[in-house]
Design a protein around this ligand. Structure first.
Ligand SMILES: C[S@@+](CC[C@H](N)C(=O)[O-])C[C@H]1O[C@@H](n2cnc3c(N)ncnc32)[C@H](O)[C@@H]1O
Length: 191
């Protein structure tokens, strides 16, 4: 299992945003690209991968939406399609346990603290250690969206390993693609 957790610092926790203005909903556009980069292949889904979006915008925050490659249906890589699934998830009343809003898409109350309590994580950070030197990869990788991690979040992850993909600062979805490539190459015996 591979899992990408993306912290959306301003991302809407209400379903009333417009599909015509995803950047205006707290950069939901970037989170949609992260879902696509996590799960979509040219001709299929990465069934061994999950993408968790931690949404921190608005009074109902935090909420977490989980996209599971194993069971998701009708997911295409375009942002509007994925944003539609996010809207549906946000419209569902939820508690602290994940509740399914569409096949393979679930939502719960809670954010990064809950994820950290459940998973063996590393942080993806441009200032971290070169990922190519890491022998045993964790299951779960935490990324920030267009903003830096907050002070509070930095405190929460300070004891976790931090891995860098290279000297350039990438968009979060691009960082997921690069890491998938690294994992693909290892799993296929290329390196
Ligand atoms: C656009 S960056 C975040 C903003 C960035 N920290 C800044 O303000 O310059 C989005 C996220 O992608 C990941 N990321 C981007 N470039 C990376 C790199 N070279 N190595 C590892 N992770 C990277 C990190 O998780 C980062 O928080």
């Amino acid at each position: 299992m591979k899992r990408f957790v993306v912290v959306g610092h301003l991302a809407s926790t209400e379903p009333d945003f417009s599909l015509n203005n995803l950047p205006g909903a707290g950069r939901i556009d970037e989170l949609c690209r992260c879902v696509a980069a996590s799960l979509c292949l040219s001709h299929g889904m990465r069934r061994d991968t999950e993408c968790l979006l931690v949404l921190l915008g608005g009074p109902k925050a935090p909420k977490t939406i989980r996209f599971s490659g194993e069971s998701v249906r009708s997911l295409s890589p375009d942002e509007r399609n994925i944003a539609g699934l996010i809207k549906k998830a946000l419209a569902l009343p939820c508690g602290i346990v994940f509740r399914e809003s569409s096949p393979g898409v679930s939502v719960r109350k809670g954010g990064l603290a809950e994820v950290l309590a459940e998973c063996g994580c590393a942080v993806l950070d441009e200032g971290g250690d070169d990922v190519r030197g890491v022998e045993t990869m964790p299951e779960t990788f935490i990324l920030s969206d267009h903003q830096d991690f907050s002070e509070e979040e930095r405190g929460m992850v300070q004891d976790l390993p931090a891995y860098s993909l290279g000297p350039s600062v990438l968009h979060a979805d691009m960082a997921i693609t690069v890491l998938h490539n690294e994992l693909d190459r290892r799993e296929s015996g290329w390196i």
